[in-house]
Ligand binder design. Structure first.
Ligand code: GDP
Ligand code: IMO
Ligand code: MG
Length: 432
């Protein structure tokens, strides 16, 4: 029995999709615990590029069971579209995708409200993915959300949705001066409901049963630590628990069941959307890294902001998530770099900062303290064993690992499944 959580250690897009796809080979179940189709998890194998948004990456391996837990917010239209796309690629999920009956639903009016709210914020906008994620979690917490189990009962669903829509329409008119667009909503939702009915299950029961039988679960986090609603760079965050704790609440698995946490970081840092980013590079350097790393949002296509590796941020991520093993992705993106800057600390108003600043304003005002390390100026692309890495690359990884007091259990040297190094003798190797 083992349950391993894979979590983003930065602001998302660390390469969790690739890592989960690789690790999934050693697990029976792969489960998404949080977020929604704001996530875009890329997996490349056999020259085919998959971008998964709601469905766990493990489904790309034929014999794996996949779970979408109750902590995920599900847009039924997005789920059906993703199922259809996978089906076209020859990946059929019947009998092996299980959708929590307790997961909350996203409706088109959530997107409408989000767009209006973002527009109203003006320059202070969060830069969301416009998928309706925030408003759906708002409704969940306000105890006026509708869930998958509601959709499975058409008569009850109709009544509940009509009531909620009446309230939301009043709010929308008062706040944004526009009515809620709900034409055809009930019928469309019920139709989508029928298309997903076959996947609906009590997934907490399913996963706990699997663990009790000695089967293994790989938990696929979405977003990243600094986008977490409690621990991230609030208010420039997403609306869910993107840290390891979210794995338990989002799946109904007890903390005592979790065997370990794997944190994923790039060899540098990126962020999409607004908010503080202490190690952000100047435009020219950022555009070079963006080009080499193809740093454009998997979901929205937006250019990602790029910066140096931020060790204070990773120390915080190690602490908040209890990361036992770190995965460093995109090492190859630094192959042509002559020198590499690493942020080893922050200063605020001239004094060193010990704790992660709680406000976005304070974090935006910190001055990063950098160490300069030599680059390796040779190709690491596709390398599969640590001994073949150039010495300067090994030194860079050791510097990170020593600073964080955390092993590096995996190194990714390219987007493909097999461009991966798993050094033997690590904690991560023992979890596989
Ligand atoms: P996720 O949201 O954490 O799953 O990450 P994304 O899929 O949004 O973004 C990561 C991007 O980096 C994708 O385009 C991956 O194909 C790519 N990628 C992952 N690992 C590596 C790597 O080691 N090297 C390179 N060059 N690209 C990688
Ligand atoms: P994966 O799982 C990167 C960011 C958005 C925005 C903020 C809030 O692929 O790593 P939201 O739509 O969630 O309300 O937007 O969070 N964001 C992500 N950034 N990767 C993600 O997911 C993200 N999901 C949300 O850009 O800044
Ligand atoms: Mg992504």
């Amino acid at each position: 029995m083992k349950a391993i959580v894979v979590i983003g250690a930065q602001w998302g897009d660390e390469g969790k999709g690739k890592v989960v796809d690789y690790l999934a080979g050693s697990f029976d179940y792969i489960a998404r615990c949080a977020g929604g189709h704001n996530a875009g998890h890329t997996v490349i194998f056999n020259s085919h590029r998959f971008i998964l948004q709601l469905i766990p990456c493990g489904v790309l391996r034929p014999d794996k069971q996949a779970v979408i837990g109750s902590g995920v917010v599900v847009d039924p239209a997005a789920l059906v579209a993703e199922l259809e796309n996978l089906c076209k690629a020859g990946i059929c999920l019947d009998g092996r995708l299980h959708l929590s009956n307790r997961a909350h639903l996203i409706f088109p009016y959530h997107r409408q409200m989000e767009k209006a709210a973002e527009a109203a914020r003006g320059a202070a906008k969060i830069g969301t993915t416009s998928r309706g994620i925030g408003p759906a979690y708002e409704d969940k917490m306000a105890r006026q959300g509708l869930r998958v189990c509601d959709l499975m009962d058409p008569a009850g669903f109709r009544e509940k949705l009509e009531r909620v829509v009446r309230e939301k329409d009043a709010v929308c008119r008062a706040a944004y001066g526009t009515p809620l667009d709900v034409a055809g909503l009930i019928e469309q939702s019920l139709e989508l409901g029928e298309r997903i009915r076959g996947y609906v299950a009590d997934t907490a029961d399913l996963l706990n049963g699997a663990l009790a039988r000695g089967q293994s679960v790989l938990i696929e986090g979405a977003q990243g630590t600094m986008l977490d609603i409690d621990h991230g760079t609030y208010p420039y965050v997403t609306s869910s628990s993107a840290t390891a704790g979210g794995a338990c609440t989002g799946l109904g698995i007890a903390p005592t069941r979790i065997t370990g946490t794997v944190g994923v970081t790039k060899a540098y840092t990126t962020r999409v959307g607004s908010g503080p980013f202490p190690t952000e590079m100047p435009d020219l350097e950022a555009s070079q890294v963006r080009d080499r790393g193809r740093e454009y949002g998997a979901v929205t296509g937006r250019p990602r902001r790029c910066g140096w590796l931020d060790l204070p941020l990773l120390r915080y991520a190690v602490m908040i998530n209890g990361i036992g093993s770190l995965v460093v992705t995109k090492l190859d993106v630094f192959d042509t770099q002559r020198e590499i800057q690493v942020c080893v600390g922050y200063c605020y108003k001239g004094s060193p900062v010990r704790e992660m600043p709680p406000t976005a304003e304070q974090l935006a005002a910190v001055e990063p303290v950098y160490r300069t390390l030599p680059g390796w100026e040779s190709s690491t692309y596709g390398i599969r064993d640590a001994a073949s890495l150039p010495q300067a690359a090994r030194n860079y990884l050791k510097f990170i690992s020593d600073d964080l007091g955390c092993e590096i259990g995996m190194i990714s040297t390219g987007p493909e499944r097999d461009a991966t190094i798993v050094p033997p003798g690590t904690k991560l190797a023992s979890w596989l």
